[in-house]
Write a protein that binds this ligand. Sequence first.
Ligand code: FAD
Length: 314
Amino acid sequence: MEYPKRNKVLIIGSGPAGLTAAIYCARANLNPIVFEGYQAGGQLTMTTDVENFPGFPEGIMGPNLMDLLRSQAQKFGAKCITRQIDNVNFSSQPFVLQSGSDILEADSVIISTGASAKLLGIKGEDKFVGKGLSTCATCDGFFFKDKSIHVIGGGDSAMEEAIFLTKFASKVTVLHRRDTLRASKIMVDRAIKNPKIDFIWNANPKEFLGNDDKGLNGLIYKDTKTGNDINIDTDGVFVAIGHNPNTSLFKDVLDMDSSGYLITEGKSSKTNIPGVFASGDVQDSTYRQAITAAGSGCMAAIDAERFLEEKGEL
Ligand SMILES: Cc1cc2nc3c(=O)[nH]c(=O)nc-3n(C[C@H](O)[C@H](O)[C@H](O)COP(=O)(O)OP(=O)(O)OC[C@H]3O[C@@H](n4cnc5c(N)ncnc54)[C@H](O)[C@@H]3O)c2cc1C
C-alpha cells in the first residue's frame, strides 16, 4: 500500500474544501491523507479563468489554482492519493474505509466530495464546458457582459440564474422543454417581468455548436410541438437544471437533507457521527463557491483537530 493503513485524518475529495482541510491538518501535524478521487482538483479543473478567488487580482486558471492548493498541502506533509474511496464503515472507531482492495482506518474523516452540476448529456456539452457553456452564473456571469445568452431549465435555480445574468448580459433567453415553468410563482413572476428575459417554450436541447478557437456559438433544440430541429446562435449557455451532491457513499450512514446534501450541525462541520466532518459543496446547497468551500474545509480541519485532542489521540 502506498500509504499508511492507520491515519489520524483521512480526507475524501481534493477540491478547494478537501485541499484546504489538508493544508490546515498538515500544519497541525495530523499527517492527513487525501483521497483525490477521479476528479483530482475538483470542479475548478473544468473551468478556465477564476476571477473571484481572493488573492489573484489578475485571475487564475482553475487547474492552476488547484495545483497551487495541492502543492501547498503537500509542502506541509499531506499525502495526496489519486484514488477513489469506494466504501465506508463509520459504525465504530477507528472508521474503516475501502479503496479498491485496500482497507484503511482513520480516527477522523473529512468528507469533501463536492457536488456535480446536472448536465444534459447531449452532443458538444463536454467539449464546451468552460468555453461558453457554464453551470454557474455567480462564477461566470461576469464574462458575458453585453452578450446574448441562453439559460436552460425551468426550475427556481434556472430563474435565479436568468435574473442574475441580466446584470451582465444584454439579453437572456430561457429555454424550457415544457410550456409551463416548475419554478415558484414568485420567481416566475420576477423572471417574466424582467424586460431582458425572453422564453422559448417546448424546446428540448439536442446539441451544442461551436469551434475549438472561439468556443460555443450556437445550439440546436427540438421544438417538441412541431418536431422540428431549430438552430440558434448564442454567445453563451448556462445549464441550470440542478446539482447532485456526491453522497451516494454515505446513504443510510449520514444524515442528509431531501436533496442528498450532508447535514452539518449548527455553524460547525460536524455530521451526526462524531469524528466525521463534512465541508464544501457536499454540505452546501446555497453558496457553492470555491472560497466558501475552502472556508468550510478550514472549519472541518479545526473541528477534526479538536475532536482528536478531546479523544486524547494527539
Ligand atoms: C465550470 C465551473 C466553473 C466554476 N467557476 C467558479 C468560479 O469561478 N469561482 C468559484 O468560486 N467557484 C466556481 N465554481 C464552483 C466551485 O468549483 C465549487 O464551489 C468548488 O469546487 C467546490 O469545492 P469542493 O471542494 O466542495 O468540491 P469539488 O470541487 O466538487 O471537489 C470534489 C472532490 O471530491 C472528489 N470525490 C468525489 N467522490 C469521491 C470519492 N468517493 N472518493 C474520493 N474522492 C471523491 C472528486 O474527485 C473531487 O476531487 C465553478 C464550478 C464549475 C463546475
